[in-house]
Design a protein around this ligand. Sequence first.
Ligand code: CMP
Length: 139
Amino acid sequence: AVQRTFSIIKPDATKRNLTGAINAKLEAAGLRIVAQKRIHLTKAQAGVFYAVHAERPFYDELCEFMASEPIVVQVLEGEDAIAKNREVMGATNPAEAAEGTIRKEFALSIGENSVHGSDAAETAAVEIAYFFSGLELVG
Ligand code: CMP
């Protein structure tokens, strides 16, 4: 079925001017960018977004990193968009990411891993609603 998923181009990637290169890979994978904006999160806003990881040892470092530079938040649409996006992103740890994936090509480490993508339909809906209003989604 046609789905929407939420995506972030993270600080390590925006800093290295990789927004276009990453978007090219998303589009080549059959995903349509139906909403996109460049924003600079506060650490508190990053903390809310990643609240599910609040008990993890890397939480503070993760929030610092996500607030360190601008990010690009996006809504991607397509057939099985959630799985398709996870496939083109590659494994969280770039050392384990498959050839040709975004993380294999661009990620620096498990923390500075260039992109985020929703892991399920329920989280996609919550994540999209945190950053976008309905009027901003242009399919
Ligand atoms: P993301 O898909 O955005 O979801 C949570 C993020 O936490 C994950 O990508 C990684 O960037 C980050 N993360 C996961 N494990 C670690 C770790 N061991 N150290 C630092 N960051 C991590």
